[in-house]
Design a binder for this molecule. Sequence first.
Ligand code: FJE
Ligand code: FE
Length: 296
Amino acid sequence: MTDAQVSCEISEPRMVTRKFLARPQHEGVGAIVRRSIGRFELRYFDPFLALDEFSVTAPAGFPDHPHRGFETVTYMLQGSMTHEDFEGQKGIIGPGDVQWMTAGRGIVHSEMPASQGTQKGLQLWINLSSKQKMIEPKYQEISGKDIAEATEDGINVRVIAGEALGAKSPIYTRTPTMYLDFTLKPGAHLQQPIPTSWNAFVYVLEGEGVFGIPQSSPVTTHHLLLLGHGDGVEAWNRSTKPLRFILVGGEPLGEPVVQLGPFVMNTQEEIDRTIYDFDNCINGFEKARHWRRSDF
Ligand code: FJE
Ligand code: FE
């Protein structure tokens, strides 16, 4: 074996330490989400605050609401969503598209269905470090057709953040993050390196897969798997149908978290200040004073 091959191998595969089934719950106005991270039993998986698999049919949606102190990553699986913020920035994200929104010091926006039928996707909330919580808001958008993709040995990967199988994402992650969308054909076996110090999880979207060690029992859709210590993860598709899952990893911040709904800061004092800023339309929320989404 050459050195190059050795360096690609995983020496300490991560095991599955916890498994959660995300059940549907109501969120927003008439919307349904399957929340895995962010629910009572798993408040925080540093640096991840929430993972929602959402399902929205008009007139349901997520009308005007604020954010401060973290990032939201919306990945569309089916249908389209219109987002519109208090600066008048408006856009539509369709199937396969990603919107990486850094709320920073403040965003007020609406996220509503843009098409008929049911819109489905994932929204991940990534915490920002104390130094970055109050930065200017920013969007990074990648259209589905521009997402880096690689295919090898029955494995397809769409690289939303980080890199895998030689494909690399252009997304800039303020909190170092990897976000990979894998599809494994029946019989395929994946070995994916993950930085040792990072927290990482798998969320199954389609089919069933074996994760961690080859002896473990197969895991089906809507399950979140937390991964333990190690330098990578292994996955097997031993079924007769495609297996699709996301693998997400991030560098833990190791900071205190005080969360009040869509406001995530380090201390209660900062949360009190945030409510004051939002109520008075100051300190990043200036434009919230007169803004109403256009289709209200
Ligand atoms: C919400 C704060 C929020 N999950 N999944 C409070 F930010 C939201 C919210 C969402 C959301 C939006 C999309 Cl597009 C997808 C989501 C929560 O907008 F519903 C409440 N109650
Ligand atoms: Fe939002």
